[in-house]
Write a protein that binds this ligand. Structure first.
Ligand SMILES: CC(C)(COP(=O)(O)OP(=O)(O)OC[C@H]1O[C@@H](n2cnc3c(N)ncnc32)[C@H](O)[C@@H]1OP(=O)(O)O)[C@@H](O)C(=O)NCCC(=O)NCCS
Length: 193
């Protein structure tokens, strides 16, 4: 509820509208968008962190997760990741595997959320990078590296203990980030940009 309230405040500040006046429409799989506006957004929250990505005339997908032990990571990877991602994950040293798992997860989810496809997207039909030190990147989409190269995939600079990614179907974009410690800080910054 807090994330949704802040989302309206952020969108209202960018559109010059009262937060309550913003009208949302929803894609076939539930992706929210602002009615009759070129401003696009996507939201993700994990525990006490929320991330809102904003852009103009471009679909965006964002995902954040708190780093936490996942005892069943290998079976989740075998079920949802593509075979090359599974192989990459198992090649990572056990001490770095949780982080690699969440990099893969958030990068895949960010791409799926940019499409707005939800559970309708075949998660093993595309590949992302996940090895430690390797830049975030879509490797192929349905076996096509050329299609993947049309996308930008960026890791987000988040508080320690979280990982997150942003996916956008365009190249050469500049990512600007803006942090607020809590809801009050967020509203204060919106009132005094
Ligand atoms: C709908 C879905 C995208 C939400 O993701 P989530 O990780 O549970 O939650 P997040 O906090 O990241 O995002 C939630 C927000 O995404 C937005 N959202 C909802 N449906 C969406 C869709 N189809 N596409 C993009 N964004 C969507 C909403 O703003 C939502 O906010 P709300 O919870 O306040 O309504 C997700 O449940 C889903 O369908 N994923 C399918 C792919 C999958 O299984 N991936 C596993 C990773 S490998």
């Amino acid at each position: 509820m807090l994330a949704r309230g802040l989302l309206r405040a952020i969108l209202g500040a960018h559109l010059g509208l009262e937060p309550g006046a913003i009208r949302f429409v929803y894609g076939p799989q539930g992706k929210p968008a602002i009615a009759d506006s070129p401003l696009r957004f996507n939201l993700s929250h994990s525990e006490d962190l929320a991330v809102c990505a904003l852009g103009r005339d471009l679909e965006l997908g964002v995902d954040v997760e708190r780093l936490r032990p996942v005892p069943e990571a290998e079976s989740i990877a075998r079920r949802y990741f593509c075979p090359a991602e599974c192989a990459d994950l198992l090649a990572v040293s056990p001490s770095a595997r949780t982080q690699a798992f969440f990099h893969c997860w958030t990068r895949k989810e960010a791409y799926v959320k940019a499409l707005g496809g939800g559970l309708s997207v075949a998660l093993d039909g595309f590949q992302v990078t996940l090895r430690p030190g390797e830049a975030a990147r879509l490797v192929h989409l349905d076996g096509q590296p050329d299609h993947a190269a049309e996308w930008s995939l960026e890791d987000l600079p988040l508080a320690s203990g979280f990982v997150g990614a942003l996916a956008v179907p365009a190249r050469g974009l500049t990512l600007r980030t803006w942090h607020a410690q809590n809801a009050q800080d967020c509203l204060r910054q919106l009132c005094n940009p």
